[in-house]
Design a protein around this ligand. Structure first.
Ligand code: NAD
Length: 439
């Protein structure tokens, strides 16, 4: 398909399976939320696919449909959830353990949550050292584990009369990894699966199984997973869409709001210190230095791209950026983030900005996971494939084509997302030039 051609979008007929590796805090908050919204007991706050409008044509046209009316998205009534986890808890038990939602709310969707029991996970403790559980697949090789996942997907589709699926990684962050020769080509990766190469992490096996099954894959955590050349080769070959990585939900969301603002006014930066306290299972996994390193890498990446220190050495050539996450159980999922930002203005005079974000991690992340599931399905039905850069809006460390720097500025990301939707429907793109109003 040429980049200029308006795609043919296949209709969103039948049920959409939403497959979630990791049925923890984010996944169960997503599922419970969708069930509550379907019953009219709550609203989808935080979700663009459910709430946002999109402007079409000129400002004077007053044509602002909702995104969900403008593009053919799957409806919430057509979603069927399933997932894998190393623990045997059903989604009600897991949501109770995560303690994001209060029990009065959860009890209203208890039957729907109890029905979802995790399939056996592909897991290797080496990649998430602080957790261990009994609900794990065994197999002679990693390729065999991939085939077991593909069989799970097929069975789920058959049992639930599903026409299409998407997969959103909501499992724990894996330890820091750099790509090796095994990840360079699909042939090397498949050989690695057959030989159970230790460089192949569980998330990579899920991604392989999803793409082999024609299922789009979005990565909500900072592990490499679909960033690997081998997986991208497979996605292109099988015409499957992929996106990543690491939900941009709390502190990095704030960073990508504030940093472009400071830069837009040519204010300098001498330091940015970000600290977090977090007490959920995610926080416990990230308490392990090797797992934290993966998250740190993803959290650090945004500022350099936004500030372009190479182009603005005087303003951004020498700032100190530090990110800390402290595991602090009393807070549970209610994370607190502090940002101290040292900036300087006219004649070099220093100033400070302090941000204290008392957020709720999974409340922020659940609508992002929902939007990703629906937009990935839309992209797949539109004949798109490979990296979906227009979904950068949702990620801390967005993927981009080789040789291209990723776009981190939230407002550029949103413009790109909306223009992609306009392009999909053959509408004129909005450039914000607006000279025609003054003719
Ligand atoms: N909540 C947020 O705002 C946010 C933001 C960015 C990224 N994330 C990432 O999203 C992921 C989920 O976050 P969470 O708060 O739900 O964590 P969580 O610990 O509550 O849930 C993760 C679940 O994944 C399971 N798991 C671990 N390895 C697995 C495997 N190989 N296969 C199947 N299941 C496996 C764990 O048992 C756990 O139940 C984490 O990686 C986190 O870093 C979350």
């Amino acid at each position: 398909m040429s980049v200029r051609e308006t795609p043919q979008i296949a209709p969103a007929e039948g049920k959409l399976g939403v497959l979630l590796p990791g049925l923890g805090a984010v996944a169960t908050t997503l599922i419970a939320g969708v069930e509550l919204i379907k019953q009219g007991k709550s609203s989808p706050i935080g979700s663009l696919t459910q709430m946002a409008h999109i402007r079409l044509g000129k400002r004077t046209d007053n044509n602002n449909p909702t995104i969900k009316k403008f593009v053919p998205l799957a409806g919430l009534d057509d979603l069927v959830f399933a997932g894998w986890d190393i623990y045997e808890d059903n989604c009600y038990e897991s949501a109770s353990n995560a303690a994001v939602l209060d029990s009065a709310l959860m009890d209203q969707v208890k039957p729907q949550l109890e029905k979802i029991k995790p399939m056996k996970a592909v897991f290797e403790k080496r990649f998430a050292k602080r957790i261990d559980g009994p609900n794990v697949k065994t197999g002679p090789t990693k390729m065999d584990l991939a085939h077991q996942l593909m069989a799970d997907i097929e069975q789920f589709k058959k049992d639930n009369d599903i026409t299409r699926c998407v997969m959103v990684w909501c499992a724990s962050t894996e330890i820091f990894q750099k790509p090796t020769a095994t990840h360079e080509t699909l042939a090397a990766f498949e050989k690695g699966l057959e030989e159970s190469n230790p460089d192949i992490a569980p998330s990579q096996i899920y991604a392989y199984a999803a793409i082999k099954s024609g299922v789009p894959f979005a990565n909500g955590a900072p592990n490499l997973t679909v960033d690997l050349e081998a997986i991208q080769e497979l996605a292109k070959k099988n015409n499957v869409v992929i996106a990543g990585k690491d939900f941009k939900s709390g502190q990095t969301f704030m960073k990508t709001l504030i940093a472009p603002g400071l830069k837009s006014r040519m204010l300098g930066l001498s330091g940015w210190f970000s600290s977090n306290i977090l007490g959920n299972r995610d926080g416990e996994v990230l308490d392990e230095p090797e797992n934290f390193k993966t998250k740190e890498d993803s959290k650090l990446s945004a500022l350099n791209v936004i500030f372009q220190p190479e182009q603005y050495p005087e303003l951004y050539g020498n700032y100190y950026h530090k990110v800390r996450i402290e595991y602090y159980p009393p807070r549970g999922d209610n994370k607190e983030g502090w940002d101290n930002i040292d900036i300087f203005g006219w004649l070099g005079y220093p100033m400070q900005l302090k941000i204290n974000f008392l957020c709720r991690d999974s409340i922020l992340a659940a609508p992002l996971a929902l939007d990703l599931a629906l937009f990935m399905d839309l992209a797949q039905r539109s004949g798109m494939s490979g990296i979906q850069e227009w979904l950068s809006f949702y990620f801390k460390a967005p993927m981009a084509a080789k040789g291209l720097y990723p776009e981190h500025d939230l407002f550029i990301q949103l413009m790109k997302l909306k223009n992609t939707l306009r392009w999909m429907k053959g509408e004129e793109l909005i450039t914000h030039l607006g000279l025609e109003y003054y003719d």
